[in-house]
Design a protein around this ligand. Structure first.
Ligand code: HEM
Length: 208
């Protein structure tokens, strides 16, 4: 069982190591890759935001169903994504033409909850890290449409998340890591399904 300081100093590096490979694969998926390399059009930016929405919105509901505590609620990132999509004129959410969405295994224990929240909270940290180069690369009409990427302010949410993990501990480190890798795997499969839905057949990976 892992608790206290050892959560951040011991469990966090283990989570990062265990999810390194799926993280690398996800950021090279054709839906996500344009955020950091190659051409970035308004259309491609909207596709990436929609893919992010397709697992943020249902996982936020799963988190709220598991832990109905106002102090544990994650920031409303799916609402930020919806607002960005609205500004881009992408109406798939309101028209229910959004395509596949995450419908994987919800958390069944505090350890699984923290493992899955790690994927989302870490993703937000990554989003913040790429904000400045993203704004540089976005077409001019999209440069101010970055509410989602701008969401993580001064690591406050990241630190709150680890404080919550301590409150919910002691955690079973193996179960936490298993839930994080499982959730990453489900998100990868979802990204592949969405790519195939919008582009027909063909490989969903790009060259590394
Ligand atoms: C183009 C897509 C992506 C890029 C370029 C990217 C980039 C990054 C970067 C630069 C960091 C380090 C942030 C820091 O330490 O300040 C990071 C962390 C992280 N990202 Fe991503 N990311 C992408 C997509 C995703 C997605 C879709 C997820 C989740 C489904 C995700 C999950 C994570 C996690 C869990 C961490 C935290 C790792 C740790 O413990 O330090 N990322 N990402």
């Amino acid at each position: 069982m892992t608790t206290g300081d050892s959560l951040y100093n011991d469990l966090r590096p283990r989570l990062r190591d265990a999810t390194k490979a799926p993280h690398h694969r996800i950021d090279h998926r054709p839906l996500m890759a344009p955020l950091v390399r190659g051409d970035l059009t308004a259309r491609l930016y909207g596709d990436a935001l929609l893919a992010l929405y397709s697992f943020h919105a249902p996982s936020e509901r799963a988190f709220a169903a598991f832990l109905n505590d106002p102090d544990a609620v994650p920031p409303p990132r799916s609402a930020w994504l919806a607002a960005d999509l609205d500004r881009l004129g992408r109406t798939e959410i309101t028209q229910s033409a959004i395509g596949s969405v995450w419908s994987g295994q919800p958390p069944a224990s505090p350890s699984e909850y923290i493992g899955m929240r790690y994927v989302i909270e870490g993703g937000s940290l990554g989003a913040r890290a790429i904000l400045a180069p993203l704004i540089e690369r976005l077409p001019s009409e999209c440069k101010s449409v970055t509410r989602f990427f701008d969401g993580q302010q001064e690591e406050r949410d990241w630190l709150n998340f680890w404080a919550l993990a301590e409150r919910l501990g002691p955690l079973d480190a193996d179960a936490t890591i298993h839930a994080a890798t499982r959730f990453f795997g489900e998100i990868e499969s979802l990204a592949d399904r969405r790519w195939q839905e919008s582009h027909g057949t063909g490989s969903a990976s790009t060259k590394k």
